[in-house]
Design a protein around this ligand. Structure first.
Ligand code: ADP
Ligand code: MG
Length: 530
């Protein structure tokens, strides 16, 4: 006997009771129809009988066992083996065939006989989505019957069907009810009257009529035991789902892969770039010059200053500001640099003598490529170094050359004085490795003699990476004298830009990855929920 004792139901979000003190008894066989207007609580009642929902008050008893007190696994037995459910919209998995839908939770030895009984044998391997409404409802009835339930609960099973098919389904349910209890919620009063053994009418959460024409105190032989739902079946459903919705899923997988690949590519690129930057620093970057002058500044610092906020000044005031940093090059400093000349390719010092700008290389001027004339060999010989055919106008003017351009031959053998000594231009040269930062052009004296005056500026060209470290260490002994290291500035600026770009790209790929991961998760979740 199935007994509903003082069952009431109030949903959390509703003020009124959806079911009000329902008392019903059902025998273990027969077709019971539940009629009533939409919203009166029929589905709620069915959900409580199937124990999908729990009552707010009252008891659901089967053979005097309280269903609401069963352990979750014993409840699995009740759901899986004792009751079968049929819905108006079939609740079938469209991407599976008929047999797979019927054997959704477990394989059954009854499947064949049920298929025969419901005339579905020749549709066995048809995809469910190709079946007619009546066939779909028969499949859903087959699925409900496959575990030999003792109660079949049907919520408007004919609601979506035409009248002829509805009648077929009702006949079928009637036939089934000869062996088990069938409870049918329906809107179709005529069909209910024609086929039911008993009609219960509901309104506003209450029973208002009950024909009670077949009431026997009969046992269901309810003997529940704990049941575990097999994980394999769930995984099987997910796999079937993914296969069934192949095209949609392949899109998500594609999105996921694109996200993953682009993430890997961006990471690879930025790691690779930084590595090559380190290599570059060791090879060519280390040859970029280090520049020291009275006003040379640490470029890294001035770059940082761009990003620091400017202080607020009051409108009608004037402020004194720190004068630009001045380097005081001392003799000791110059001598220290002289001592590390073996670490440098060139050290080029710039002097201002007799209104003339003179560069002196610590190495022989042979290192430049002579493009006209000869190498300087005597002490009073001078080489004109041009940078891509150009030389600073001030330098030319200082030796009396004021025209816009000169032929090589016109300049050769020109004479001029520095500190009362007369010098002759004997050759024109280009530096063999032009610096992109500094103009090497100027007058070069052929001398290794110590000039006691302090130079205006010094350019140090490191030999290689290791020697550059020696130079840097020497320079760092004088914290008051700042220098410009073009290589590290170049490196830092490039690295900052590459890092910024990488971060943006990584951001994009992570979003793509996240979205596709969530989508895949949702697919798996939906397929289980279905
Ligand atoms: P019927 O099946 O008779 O048409 P239902 O049992 O589905 O009616 O619903 C009865 C009442 O309970 C309706 O007013 C409905 O809005 C309400 N109701 C149903 N399910 C819920 C729920 N999960 N949460 C809140 N209210 C619900
Ligand atoms: Mg309903």
């Amino acid at each position: 006997m199935l007994i509903l004792k003082n069952i009431s139901k109030q949903y959390h979000d509703s003020k009124n009771y959806t079911l009000k003190n329902i008392n019903l008894k059902f025998a273990n066989k027969g077709l019971v129809s539940i009629l009533g207007p939409s919203g009166c609580g029929k589905s709620t009642l069915l959900n409580i009988i199937s124990s999908i929902d729990t009552p707010s008050a009252g008891k659901l008893l089967i053979d005097n066992i309280n269903i609401n007190k069963l352990s979750p696994r014993t409840l699995n037995y009740y759901h899986g083996k004792f009751i079968g459910l049929v819905y108006q919209n079939y609740n079938l998995l469209n991407y599976m065939n008929v047999v797979d839908n019927i054997e959704l939770i477990n394989k059954s030895k009854h499947t064949k006989s049920i298929l025969d009984y419901l005339h579905l044998s020749d549709k066995k391997f048809c995809s469910v989505k190709n079946l007619s409404g009546g066939e779909k409802q028969r499949v859903s009835i087959a699925r409900a019957l496959v575990n030999n339930p003792r109660i079949l609960l049907c919520d408007e099973p004919t609601g979506a069907l035409d009248s002829k098919t509805s009648e077929e389904i009702m006949k079928l349910l009637k036939d089934i009810s000869k062996k088990i209890l069938v409870i049918v919620v329906t809107h179709n009063e005529n069909l209910a009257k024609q086929y039911s053994d008993r009609i219960i009418t509901m309104n506003d959460g209450k029973i208002i009529a009950d024909t009670k024409n077949r009431q026997m105190a009969s046992s269901f032989n309810f003997n529940p035991s704990p049941v575990r739902i097999s994980q394999n079946r769930l995984i099987n459903i997910i796999v079937k789902n993914i296969q069934g919705k192949f095209r949609r899923n392949i899109l998500f997988v594609l999105a996921f892969s694109i996200g993953l690949i682009s993430l890997a590519m961006v990471l690879g690129l930025s790691v690779g770039f930084n590595k090559s930057l380190v290599l570059e620093e060791k090879n060519s970057l280390s040859k970029y010059p280090i520049y020291i002058s009275e006003t040379s500044e640490n470029l890294d610092n001035s770059l940082n200053n761009i990003f620091t906020e400017e202080e607020k000044l009051q409108d009608d005031y004037i402020y004194s500001k720190e004068s630009a940093h001045k380097n005081h090059l001392t003799e000791e400093y110059i001598e220290d640099l002289q001592n590390i000349s073996s670490s440098t390719e060139y050290q080029i010092k710039t002097y201002f003598l007799d209104n003339k700008i003179i560069n002196i290389a610590n190495k022989s001027i042979d290192e430049f490529n002579i493009i006209y004339g000869k190498r300087a060999t005597e002490e009073n010989e001078i080489i004109l170094v041009v940078n891509n055919h150009k030389i600073d106008a001030n330098i030319l003017n200082s030796i009396g050359l004021t025209e816009e351009k000169y032929q090589y031959s016109e300049i050769l053998n020109a004479k001029f004085k520095i500190n009362k000594n007369e010098y002759t231009i004997v050759g024109i040269a280009e530096p063999d490795s032009a610096s992109i930062f500094n103009d090497l052009s100027g007058l070069f004296l052929n001398t290794n003699k110590k000039i006691l005056e302090i130079p205006l500026a010094i350019m140090l060209y490191p030999k290689d990476y290791e020697n550059k470290q020696i130079i840097i260490n020497t320079l760092n002994k004088y914290p008051d004298i700042t220098y410009t290291d073009y290589a590290s500035t170049f490196k830092n600026v490039t690295k900052t830009i590459v890092d910024a770009i990488s971060i943006i790209l990584i951001g994009f790929s992570v979003v793509a990855l996240l979205v596709s991961t969530i989508m895949i998760g949702i697919i798996a979740y939906i397929s289980v929920v279905e």
